[in-house]
Design a protein around this ligand. Structure first.
Ligand code: AMP
Ligand code: ZN
Length: 117
């Protein structure tokens, strides 16, 4: 399958590893928008949040377990988890991923959507 993140998982494309286990891989975003910007992904290819169902949600739970482990291991007390699902939301890589963002004071509100039109 021609998927960038599947290639990162199997080592075809290099990445800066942050966390790795049987179900989950996490690595540094190549274009960080904050001092801490990791991508946490299931090793199973799931295209997007909309494709999560009863057959694969267990690996998504593993992703959230990994996030919590990463935060504790790196003493990250406060962070934001972002999932973009679909084109209008800005999903550019069609392999489910959660942006883990920290190290900066973040705002919340309409302006945080960063609307492009
Ligand atoms: P999204 O726009 O939510 O689909 O997020 C995709 C993210 O993948 C973006 O933040 C990109 O900077 C990041 N990205 C793309 N290619 C790579 C790569 N080779 N290694 C690490 N991060 C990448
Ligand atoms: Zn994939």
């Amino acid at each position: 399958m021609d998927c960038l993140f599947c290639k990162i998982i199997n080592g075809e494309i290099p990445s800066a590893k942050v966390y790795d286990d049987e179900f989950v891989y996490a690595f540094k975003d190549i274009a960080p928008i904050a001092p801490v910007h990791y991508l946490v992904i299931p090793k199973q290819h799931i295209c997007c949040a909309n494709e999560i169902d009863e057959t694969n949600s267990a690996v998504v739970a593993k992703v959230f377990e990994a996030v919590s482990k990463i935060a504790k291991a790196e003493n990250i007390e406060s962070y934001r988890l972002i999932n973009n699902c679909g084109d209008d939301a800005g999903q550019t890589v069609k392999h489910l991923h959660f942006h883990m963002i920290a190290g900066v004071k973040m705002g919340w509100g309409p302006e945080s959507l960063g609307k492009t039109e």
